[in-house]
Design a protein around this ligand. Sequence first.
Ligand code: HEM
Length: 117
Amino acid sequence: MELLRDVVVLVHLVGFATLFGAWITELVSRRFRVSRVMDYGLLVSLLSGLALAAPWPAGIELNYPKLGIKLVLLVIIGGLIGTGGARQKRTGRAVPRAMFYAVGVLVLITAGIAVLW
Ligand code: HEM
Protein backbone atom coordinates (compact mmCIF):
# COMPACT_ATOMS: atom_id res chain seq x y z
CA MET A 1 0.00 0.00 0.00
CA GLU A 2 2.84 2.33 0.94
CA LEU A 3 4.56 1.55 -2.38
CA LEU A 4 1.29 2.15 -4.27
CA ARG A 5 0.96 5.59 -2.63
CA ASP A 6 4.54 6.39 -3.64
CA VAL A 7 3.71 5.37 -7.24
CA VAL A 8 0.68 7.72 -7.22
CA VAL A 9 2.94 10.54 -5.89
CA LEU A 10 5.27 9.79 -8.83
CA VAL A 11 2.33 10.03 -11.27
CA HIS A 12 1.35 13.31 -9.55
CA LEU A 13 4.87 14.64 -10.12
CA VAL A 14 4.71 13.56 -13.79
CA GLY A 15 1.52 15.65 -14.07
CA PHE A 16 3.30 18.65 -12.56
CA ALA A 17 6.36 18.13 -14.79
CA THR A 18 4.13 17.88 -17.88
CA LEU A 19 2.21 21.05 -17.00
CA PHE A 20 5.21 23.15 -16.00
CA GLY A 21 7.41 21.73 -18.77
CA ALA A 22 4.80 22.66 -21.39
CA TRP A 23 4.66 26.19 -19.95
CA ILE A 24 8.48 26.54 -19.92
CA THR A 25 8.58 25.32 -23.53
CA GLU A 26 6.14 28.07 -24.57
CA LEU A 27 8.14 30.64 -22.60
CA VAL A 28 11.55 29.69 -24.02
CA SER A 29 10.25 29.40 -27.59
CA ARG A 30 8.55 32.81 -27.07
CA ARG A 31 5.19 31.55 -28.37
CA PHE A 32 3.36 32.40 -25.11
CA ARG A 33 0.43 30.11 -25.89
CA VAL A 34 -1.46 27.71 -23.67
CA SER A 35 -1.44 24.16 -25.02
CA ARG A 36 -3.17 20.77 -24.91
CA VAL A 37 -0.10 19.36 -23.12
CA MET A 38 -0.87 21.77 -20.24
CA ASP A 39 -4.44 20.37 -20.14
CA TYR A 40 -3.10 16.83 -19.89
CA GLY A 41 -0.61 17.74 -17.14
CA LEU A 42 -3.33 19.49 -15.16
CA LEU A 43 -5.70 16.53 -15.54
CA VAL A 44 -3.04 14.04 -14.38
CA SER A 45 -2.22 16.34 -11.40
CA LEU A 46 -5.91 16.60 -10.50
CA LEU A 47 -6.74 12.88 -10.71
CA SER A 48 -3.60 11.74 -8.88
CA GLY A 49 -3.96 14.59 -6.33
CA LEU A 50 -7.53 13.55 -5.54
CA ALA A 51 -6.38 9.93 -5.12
CA LEU A 52 -3.68 11.13 -2.72
CA ALA A 53 -6.18 13.29 -0.80
CA ALA A 54 -7.87 10.12 0.48
CA PRO A 55 -6.35 8.92 3.78
CA TRP A 56 -4.69 5.67 2.72
CA PRO A 57 -2.88 3.59 3.88
CA ALA A 58 -4.57 3.62 7.32
CA GLY A 59 -3.00 5.92 9.89
CA ILE A 60 -1.72 8.54 7.45
CA GLU A 61 -2.16 12.20 8.48
CA LEU A 62 -3.11 14.66 5.75
CA ASN A 63 -2.95 18.46 5.78
CA TYR A 64 -6.44 19.26 4.47
CA PRO A 65 -6.17 23.08 4.51
CA LYS A 66 -3.09 22.71 2.27
CA LEU A 67 -4.85 20.28 -0.05
CA GLY A 68 -7.90 22.58 -0.23
CA ILE A 69 -5.75 25.53 -1.24
CA LYS A 70 -4.00 23.40 -3.88
CA LEU A 71 -7.37 22.34 -5.25
CA VAL A 72 -8.57 25.96 -5.45
CA LEU A 73 -5.33 26.96 -7.22
CA LEU A 74 -5.72 24.05 -9.64
CA VAL A 75 -9.27 25.19 -10.50
CA ILE A 76 -7.99 28.75 -11.13
CA ILE A 77 -5.14 27.42 -13.33
CA GLY A 78 -7.68 25.26 -15.21
CA GLY A 79 -9.89 28.31 -15.73
CA LEU A 80 -6.97 30.29 -17.14
CA ILE A 81 -5.87 27.49 -19.48
CA GLY A 82 -9.48 26.81 -20.53
CA THR A 83 -10.45 30.41 -21.29
CA GLY A 84 -7.00 31.10 -22.77
CA GLY A 85 -7.30 28.11 -25.12
CA ALA A 86 -10.77 29.20 -26.26
CA ARG A 87 -9.51 32.73 -26.83
CA GLN A 88 -6.54 31.47 -28.86
CA LYS A 89 -8.89 29.44 -31.05
CA ARG A 90 -11.15 32.45 -31.60
CA THR A 91 -8.48 35.06 -32.32
CA GLY A 92 -5.64 32.87 -33.62
CA ARG A 93 -3.26 34.86 -31.41
CA ALA A 94 -1.38 33.97 -28.20
CA VAL A 95 -3.14 34.65 -24.89
CA PRO A 96 -2.56 38.03 -23.19
CA ARG A 97 0.90 38.01 -21.68
CA ALA A 98 -0.39 38.56 -18.10
CA MET A 99 -2.61 35.48 -18.44
CA PHE A 100 0.28 33.40 -19.73
CA TYR A 101 2.56 34.42 -16.85
CA ALA A 102 -0.24 33.88 -14.31
CA VAL A 103 -0.44 30.20 -15.35
CA GLY A 104 3.28 29.57 -14.74
CA VAL A 105 3.45 31.56 -11.50
CA LEU A 106 0.35 29.82 -10.07
CA VAL A 107 1.69 26.37 -11.00
CA LEU A 108 4.97 27.21 -9.28
CA ILE A 109 3.16 28.56 -6.20
CA THR A 110 1.06 25.36 -6.04
CA ALA A 111 4.18 23.17 -6.20
CA GLY A 112 5.87 25.46 -3.63
CA ILE A 113 2.93 25.05 -1.23
CA ALA A 114 3.10 21.25 -1.76
CA VAL A 115 6.79 21.04 -0.94
CA LEU A 116 7.32 23.84 1.63
CA TRP A 117 4.13 23.77 3.78
C1 HEM B 1 -1.30 22.13 -10.45
C2 HEM B 1 -1.65 21.52 -9.34
C3 HEM B 1 -0.72 20.75 -8.44
C4 HEM B 1 0.66 20.78 -8.36
C5 HEM B 1 1.64 21.59 -9.20
C6 HEM B 1 1.04 19.86 -7.30
C7 HEM B 1 2.34 19.58 -6.91
C8 HEM B 1 2.72 18.66 -5.98
C9 HEM B 1 4.07 18.31 -5.64
C10 HEM B 1 5.32 18.93 -6.29
C11 HEM B 1 4.02 17.34 -4.68
C12 HEM B 1 5.22 16.64 -3.99
C13 HEM B 1 5.42 17.25 -2.64
C14 HEM B 1 6.26 16.41 -1.74
O1 HEM B 1 6.11 15.18 -1.75
O2 HEM B 1 7.05 17.01 -1.00
C15 HEM B 1 2.63 17.09 -4.39
C16 HEM B 1 2.18 16.18 -3.46
C17 HEM B 1 0.85 15.99 -3.14
N1 HEM B 1 -0.24 16.62 -3.72
FE1 HEM B 1 -0.18 17.95 -5.23
N2 HEM B 1 -0.10 19.32 -6.74
C18 HEM B 1 -1.19 19.84 -7.41
C19 HEM B 1 -2.52 19.59 -7.16
C20 HEM B 1 -2.99 18.78 -6.14
C21 HEM B 1 -4.38 18.59 -5.81
C22 HEM B 1 -5.57 19.24 -6.55
C23 HEM B 1 -4.44 17.75 -4.74
C24 HEM B 1 -5.60 17.23 -3.97
C25 HEM B 1 -6.66 17.91 -3.69
C26 HEM B 1 -3.06 17.39 -4.40
C27 HEM B 1 -2.69 16.55 -3.38
C28 HEM B 1 -1.39 16.17 -3.09
C29 HEM B 1 -1.02 15.23 -2.04
C30 HEM B 1 -1.99 14.52 -1.08
C31 HEM B 1 0.37 15.10 -2.09
C32 HEM B 1 1.26 14.14 -1.22
C33 HEM B 1 2.14 14.86 -0.27
C34 HEM B 1 1.39 15.76 0.66
O3 HEM B 1 0.54 15.30 1.43
O4 HEM B 1 1.67 16.98 0.60
N3 HEM B 1 -2.21 18.05 -5.28
N4 HEM B 1 1.85 17.90 -5.19
